[in-house]
Design a protein around this ligand. Structure first.
Ligand code: SF4
Length: 316
């Protein structure tokens, strides 16, 4: 299947006055097909949100390419966005800040419909109600203001607004992290339903690997601007091949209160402005050896559908 959203060797660097640029993303490649959820996980500050913004053209890339349905995605003023690019949508972490507090939510969804002229004025009300239904809210919600809704309901409105553009891909930047546990589970289920029933591809950015494990079809793991491992979710979860992925999974408490593998990450995440030479993970890796200190391992295919960047080619 052809990917709807394709990121190839994407780099994003920020210029700094009188200092060398910070390379926030260093050569990340990710494909998102319609009807599938790709999780992008990593600790805070690893570059995943920057990559998400680059994927929708909100951040200028300094290398590689981003294409959506075969067309390049480049930073554009929102008004100048072409109709095809409008089918690439983004949902942000904080629905409160992405909604206008003074307008009723129905009007805000209708605005998205008007911008794209996807339905006639006469059919707008019915379409707003249909979108509300699709995100699990009653039609009466249209008449409410954002502050009258819970966090989970507001995030559903943000998703409904994205759906108004009839997207083929939605990039979601930490869409669940501001919600309580029960709203998280409900919105996570909603995302899976929308992905399958409307054939929408999703790039789900999250620091929560356990949550991504529950809903993503495949997962890319980022560390200090680099994708270090990518695999179908089940395989990644059951047999991580990169020491960083192993450590992330090992730190997640299980239902019985135990952690899966007693792996402890040593040290702090290095400063992205001055990353370590060689393998960027070597300062915290329990398996580091001489080569890791001087030579960066490339991201290579280790079996069909799986890639990893580590000198230890642990394929068994
Ligand atoms: Fe660890 Fe070396 Fe692999 Fe990097 S390349 S993850 S330091 S073993």
């Amino acid at each position: 299947m052809t990917a709807a959203l394709e990121l190839v060797d994407v780099e994003v660097a920020y210029e700094r006055r009188h200092q060398s640029p910070v390379r926030a993303v260093v050569g990340a490649s990710i494909s998102v097909e319609r009807g599938r959820i790709v999780g992008l996980v990593g600790e805070s500050g690893c570059g995943k949100s920057t990559l998400a913004r680059a994927a929708v053209g909100l951040v200028r890339t300094t290398g590689g390419s981003v294409t959506f349905d075969g067309s390049p995605v480049t930073p554009l003023d929102r008004r100048a966005r072409s109709r095809p690019l409008a089918r690439l949508q983004m949902v942000f972490q904080d629905p409160q800040s992405s909604l206008n507090p003074r307008r009723k939510v129905g009007a805000q969804i209708a605005d998205a419909l008007s911008d794209l002229e996807l339905v006639s004025k006469r059919d707008q009300q019915a379409r707003v109600e249909e979108l509300l239904r699709q995100v699990g809210l009653p039609a009466s919600t249209a008449g409410r203001h954002p502050h009258q809704l819970s966090g989970g309901q507001r995030q559903r409105i943000a998703i409904a607004r994205a759906l108004a553009a009839e997207p083929s891909v939605i990039v979601l930047d930490e869409p669940l992290s501001a919600l309580d546990a029960s709203a998280q589970a409900q919105v996570a289920n909603l995302l899976v339903t929308l992905c399958r029933t409307l054939d929408i591809g999703m790039l789900l950015i999250s620091h929560d690997l356990a949550l991504v494990n529950q809903i993503a079809d495949e997962v890319a793991v980022m560390y200090l601007g680099l994708v270090v491992e990518q695999a179908p979710t089940r395989e990644l979860w059951s047999s991580p091949r990169h020491p960083y992925t192993e450590a992330l999974i090992g730190s997640i408490p299980r239902a019985d209160g135990n952690k899966s593998t007693p792996v402890v990450l040593a040290g702090e995440v290095p400063n992205p402005a001055a990353p370590p030479p060689g393998c960027r993970f070597h300062t915290r890796c329990p398996h580091a050896f001489e080569r890791c200190l001087v030579e960066a391992p490339p991201l290579v295919s280790i079996e069909p559908g799986r890639t990893q960047a580590c000198w230890l080619q642990r394929v068994g």
